[in-house]
Design a protein around this ligand. Structure first.
Ligand SMILES: Nc1ncnc2c1ncn2[C@@H]1O[C@H](COP(=O)(O)OP(=O)(O)OP(=O)(O)O)[C@@H](O)[C@H]1O
Length: 308
């Protein structure tokens, strides 16, 4: 796939002397959903702000569809939609006017049919004549998305789109993001809800201390770094692991009541069938079985800890 956003050796040192980005390189592919994960202060907002032309880089280069974000600011900005972290909306303006006005700000001719579609897609149509102060927090957040989509951007940045949003609204926002992706929009989202990235992202980038630690296809990342455990609860506790089981990667837990088997999810054979057969041959009776898989959150914590 072709990359639509190209970030090369990007650095940013703020006036305070703080180095927020240290030579970041990243290519964002057209039509993908990329989740940018990192702890507080990692540099996510700084990176997004530079790509959107809001913050000037100290060094390096960013292009959007081949145009430089500093030199060709107007062109690149018109291709980008940004949903900022903070809820800043004009309380006394109507939903319709706010979103229509935003389109004009990006130099696009009025297109009421497009605004209508955006508002309908975001379930805001029935509120189009309401003032923003009359909306709930979740609806205001959707208005921010509508504003960012008003000028038909090819790339959409969502900075913490679901912060403070309840579970059901979060799910409906995920659906909106999936639909946008299906319509060809490239989406970059930052989030602290790692299950959000696990649910909707195609690729994961991890940033910490102003450096990109990893960029990887989500499925590949979870297969490569994900571990799976089989927990075998025993009918009778064991004092130690019998010799007949020494070839398996086992640990004894819960005062000998449970055997934990670590296995590789990417391996062709997990060894579970053989393990269960050996347990039976050894005369060990089971009470229960369960499996547990490491989540993207476990993997993320491991990567960030290892990078420290
Ligand atoms: N205008 C500024 N002047 C000086 N330092 C800044 C400025 N803006 C951000 N920083 C610093 O740069 C670092 C990166 O901040 P940034 O907002 O990019 O992080 P973030 O990854 O978006 O964090 P969060 O998850 O908390 O939103 C932080 O240490 C922050 O204090």
């Amino acid at each position: 796939m072709a990359s639509i956003v190209y970030v090369s050796n990007l650095s940013k040192t703020y006036a305070s002397g703080f180095e927020a980005l240290k030579g970041v390189s990243l290519e964002i592919e057209e039509g993908e959903i990329l989740a940018l994960l990192g702890p507080n202060g990692a540099g996510k907002t700084t990176l997004i702000s530079i790509i959107c032309g809001i913050v000037n880089p100290s060094g390096g280069e960013v292009t959007v569809n081949g145009h430089d974000v500093v030199r060709d600011f107007r062109q690149t900005r018109s291709m980008i939609g940004l949903v900022p972290q903070e809820l800043t909306t004009d309380a006394f303006e109507t939903v319709w006017n706010t979103v229509s006005f935003s389109r004009g700000l990006h130099g696009k001719k009025p297109d009421p049919a497009h605004i209508e579609k955006v508002l309908k897609d975001l379930s805001l149509w029935s509120k189009k004549d309401n003032m923003l102060r009359e909306l709930s927090g979740g609806m205001k957040r959707r208005v921010l998305i509508a504003k960012a989509l008003s000028h038909e951007p090819r790339v959409l940045f969502l900075d913490e789109p679901t912060a403070g949003v309840d579970v059901s609204l979060r799910k409906s926002m995920w659906e909106v993001v999936q639909r946008l992706r299906a319509s060809g929009v490239t989406i970059i989202l930052t989030t602290h809800y790692i299950e959000e990235a696990e649910e909707i992202a195609d690729r994961i980038a991890v940033i910490n201390g102003g450096e990109i630690l990893l960029v990887e296809d989500k499925e590949a990342l979870m297969t490569k770094l994900g571990r799976k455990q089989l927990r075998v609860d025993l009918a009778q506790p064991l004092e130690r692991i019998p010799d007949s089981l020494s070839s398996y990667n086992l640990t004894l837990e819960d005062n000998g009541q449970s055997l934990i088997y670590d296995y590789d999810t990417s391996a062709e054979r997990t060894g579970i069938t053989a393990l269960l057969a050996t347990l039976a041959e050894t005369g060990i009776r089971l009470r229960d079985l369960s499996t547990q898989q490491s989540s993207l959150e476990d993997i993320f914590v491991e990567i960030v800890e290892a990078g420290r």
